[in-house]
Design a protein around this ligand. Structure first.
Ligand SMILES: O=C(O)c1ccc[n+]([C@@H]2O[C@H](COP(=O)([O-])O)[C@@H](O)[C@H]2O)c1
Ligand SMILES: Cc1cc2nc[nH]c2cc1C
Length: 345
């Protein structure tokens, strides 16, 4: 694991953060056009590598390179605990969050194996010493300073020398936070957004939906304010993911989002700006039932659909070899002219 770099951006107020979320740099369209031009010369029918072609162009457009690279792939996992766990919304005790952070450090988690396969570095950032947020059925999950501090921490974790960032999380109870945040951002009730999380049964999911409905009724301030919604219903690790995805945008680093929780954490950027998540791709569709709807609201199409419901950036890590394959084709294939292959009539 690597030690995160120190803070370079400090969001001192919600207005500061809001400004950073709406004043966003665009991709490098010259690089995108150069990649499309080379793609058209390669020995295959135009478009026959499907979404792989678009992925190469996306990588290069955000890296600002006509020849994209995947030398420095970094996975960052943020961990946090949730006060709403006391409402009985998870089948696991909150202590598992810290225990899994220990497991990440010891190399024993799924993500340690997947990061190695992806040839990616892995950084784990425990948030707020793993103290829980407030129970958001009673009070906002975070105070404004605590929320901004968590966003700033996530922002500072992103190393500018990164070719691709994979973002993920660990936090018992956070599928409830993600579901409540999704409802706050896109509408609907607890029933629409509550799912099995880390293994609830049907009765548990029904109870989780009631808890979410109570929380939505408790708060008003989130309406039409996506950042306020993230403060009220999110968590420290979710705020940090928001900060990391935002930092990547300002540094023009392409991002692979992970599952349901990661998507909900990043979703305020989509609500605040039509192209707020253009530098990201959704790595997979989680088995969490509402991820399908959330992806649709966010206007993103998952790359993989493997029935994963783990979190900890596992889906993002699994999509890295797919990007490496796309890039290998783009950089390694011969052109029609070089290979002496006839072009179509
Ligand atoms: O992000 C997802 O798609 C996802 C789906 C199901 C479970 N999780 C993980 O499970 C934990 C949260 O589950 P729960 O039931 O305690 O809310 C948390 O550590 C997440 O990383 C994550
Ligand atoms: C064991 C365990 C591992 C996890 N990894 C991410 N979320 C998790 C939740 C649990 C319960």
């Amino acid at each position: 694991m690597q030690v995160p770099s120190g803070a370079t951006t400090n969001f001192s107020g919600m207005a500061d953060l809001h400004a950073a979320c709406v004043d966003l740099p665009p991709a490098d369209e010259t690089a995108r056009m150069a990649i499309a031009a080379r793609e058209a010369t390669l020995t295959k029918p135009a478009g026959s590598l499907g979404r792989l072609e678009e992925l190469t162009a996306w990588l290069g457009a955000w890296q600002g390179r006509a020849v994209p690279t995947l030398e420095r792939v970094r996975i960052v996992i943020f961990a946090g605990n949730h006060g709403v766990v006391r409402q009985g919304v998870s089948p696991w005790p909150a202590s598992v969050t810290a225990q899994m952070v220990g497991n990440f450090a010891a190399g024993g988690a799924a993500i340690n194996q997947l990061a190695r396969v992806a040839d990616a570095s892995l950084t784990v950032v425990p948030m707020a010493d793993l103290a829980p947020t407030e129970d958001f059925t009673v009070a906002p999950a975070m105070t404004t300073p605590a929320f901004l501090h968590a966003v700033t921490t996530g922002y500072a974790t992103v190393d500018a020398e990164t070719d691709l960032l994979c973002v993920g999380e660990m936090g018992i109870g956070n599928t409830t936070a993600a579901a409540a945040l999704a409802a706050a951002l896109f509408g609907g009730s607890g029933r629409d957004w509550a799912g099995r999380g880390a293994g609830l049964d049907a009765d548990g999911v029904a109870h989780k939906a009631v808890v979410i409905d109570r929380a939505l009724a408790q708060h008003e301030a989130y309406r039409d304010d996506p950042l306020m919604a993230a403060r009220i219903f999110g968590g420290y690790e979710m705020a940090a993911m928001l900060g990391a995805v935002l930092a990547a945008r300002h540094r023009r680093i392409p991002v692979l989002l992970d599952g349901f929780v990661c998507s909900a954490a990043a979703a305020p950027l989509r609500r605040l700006h039509a192209t707020g998540l253009a530098h990201t791709r959704l790595s997979h569709r989680s088995a969490e039932a509402a991820h399908h709807a959330l992806a649709r609201y966010m206007g993103v199409e998952p790359l993989l659909d493997l029935g994963l419901r783990l979190g900890e950036a596992s889906g993002a890590a699994l999509a890295v070899p797919l990007l490496r394959a796309a890039l290998a084709c783009h950089t390694g294939m011969a052109s029609f002219a070089d290979a002496g292959v006839s072009e179509r009539t």
